[in-house]
Design a protein around this ligand. Structure first.
Ligand SMILES: [Zn+2]
Length: 233
């Protein structure tokens, strides 16, 4: 993981990593995060605070990833808001939970990854969250039409939208689970489907129609599997 932790941008990169690491510490106080970690511990997969790390991601469009056996990594150069970090941590923790509970789970298997992406998208509330966040952006713009803070805010959103609209570069390390996050206003299930497919594109075993076929094959069983929650929170 050394190359992920390095800072290509000198002191600016280091500052961003420190800032996002502090945001991660805040995320760890969320009841949902505590609940997931507790359930992982009960299943024999205790994860310490250093399981969650802010890193500089080079040449990637993703905002976070889960590396089985290593931890959860948040791309400090691709995130801006505390709410984003919260959501990323919860999404990746669902993957970590799946990795813990399913001994025969193989992340390079398209259907296996599809199942975990469906669950992570559903149980983390990613699609709800994006709607709320987007509403918040419109409100902020409406209230501060000329302020410099608003201009800066617009610039940040624009920068991030550009990052996410260029498609996804498949990573060279297929054992990692890269996740796609973007703004959208689809219906929740369509929103989840689209994001599952975008995440699967990073898996070399999900080429062509394999991604969609795998997702459809496992959709019902994985969407309805809400463990460790009694129902989708
Ligand atoms: Zn994911």
């Amino acid at each position: 993981m050394a190359q992920d932790s390095s800072s290509p941008g000198g002191s600016l990169g280091v500052k961003a990593v420190d800032k996002v690491q502090a945001m991660i510490q805040k995320s760890l106080q969320l009841p949902k995060v505590k609940f997931l970690r507790q359930r992982m511990a009960e299943a024999g997969c205790t994860v310490k605070d250093n399981f969650f790390r802010a890193v500089v991601c080079q040449g990637r469009k993703g905002m976070a990833y889960f590396a089985p056996g290593h931890g959860i990594f948040v791309c400090s150069n691709h995130v801006t808001f505390q709410d984003e970090v919260n959501q990323l941590i919860i999404h990746e923790l669902i993957h970590a939970y799946d990795d813990c509970r399913a001994v025969n789970l193989r992340w390079n298997n398209c259907a296996h990854q599809a199942c975990s992406e469906i669950r992570a998208g559903h149980l983390s509330g990613d699609c709800h969250f994006m709607r709320e966040l987007l509403r918040g952006h419109f409100k902020l713009r409406g209230h501060e039409p000329t302020g410099s803070k608003n201009a800066r805010h617009r610039e940040l959103i624009s920068k991030r939208d550009n990052l996410n609209s260029n498609g996804y570069i498949a990573p060279s390390r297929p054992n990692y689970v890269y996740c796609w996050f973007s703004f959208d206003l689809d219906e929740p299930k369509e929103c989840i489907r689209r994001r599952v497919l975008l995440s699967l594109f990073s898996n070399p075993n999900c080429v062509g129609s394999a991604a969609k076929d795998s997702m459809e094959d496992v959709w019902d069983i994985c969407y309805n599997d809400t463990q460790p929650f009694d129902k989708a929170p």
